[in-house]
Design a protein around this ligand. Sequence first.
Ligand code: UTP
Length: 286
Amino acid sequence: MKIKKAVFPAAGFGTRFLPATKAIPKEMLPLVDKPLIQYAVEEAKASGLSEIIIVTGMGKTAIEDHFDTSFELEMLLRERDKTELLKMIENVSGMVHFAYTRQKKPLGLGHAIGITKNLINNEPFAVFLSDDIIDSKTPAMKQMVEVFQRYGTSILAVQKVPKSQAHLYGVIKGKKVAPGVYKVLDLVEKPKSNPPSDLAIIGRYILTPGIFNSLEETKPGKGGEIQLTDALKILIRTQDVFAFEFEGTRYDAGDKLGFLKANISLALKRPDLKADLRKFLRNIKN
Ligand code: UTP
């Protein structure tokens, strides 16, 4: 079965990045010169997904503007013969089909996914948390789609993390079934101690529509939020769910240090920036 739709939950307040995110959505913070969310949208497109559903909330209209046509800007670039820039801007708005839905209150990641039920139309779909930036040869979601073709059921992206970091993630207990693939036996959201493994869930998922029933059954957890991990715990009672260790370097760009690392690493790959940046970094004195 082909996966066409991708949900981008983007209604969180981005509190780790305050005050920058008071009036600007976290998803619009730039890595070098491109907003975070555009990296994930490009990954979705390169993975064969053609319909993007962005869950927005208060103060997030900049995301819609970014992916919309900007008539005045395009006219100005055309008049000034800035062909390359014009092509880049047209690419952004013409990339894929976008739909938006609004989460009225930030009641959690699970709730944000739950409200897309009517737009998903009973088919498996992808989920992207756009502050997880994955730099890889084959787009991370494309790797996951290939695993989905083999197993035909929900796939969670996971990555090994040091045990000392496990409390920051949803962590799975899994049984290895193939290289890099685990059957999920249990999940724990942000374990305070004794994580069930070192396999942490990263912000890429392929979910079957069964998740919507599980979300409806999920009771609000910490802070009144509906956690996706809790819904997945319900889902594994009736359906197989697999975890997949993708190939690639992942940056948590929703965290200050991760954001800085992502900016530097991506800039060091840019032909127009790398030589001067490397020189600058070498000469920094503490
Ligand atoms: P985070 O846990 O990263 O929360 O949400 P956040 O608000 O974005 O950032 P911090 O932790 O306060 O700094 C994970 C993903 O789920 C979305 C967020 O937009 C992010 O993509 N989300 C979270 C929603 O869409 N709605 C919610 O109610 C909560």
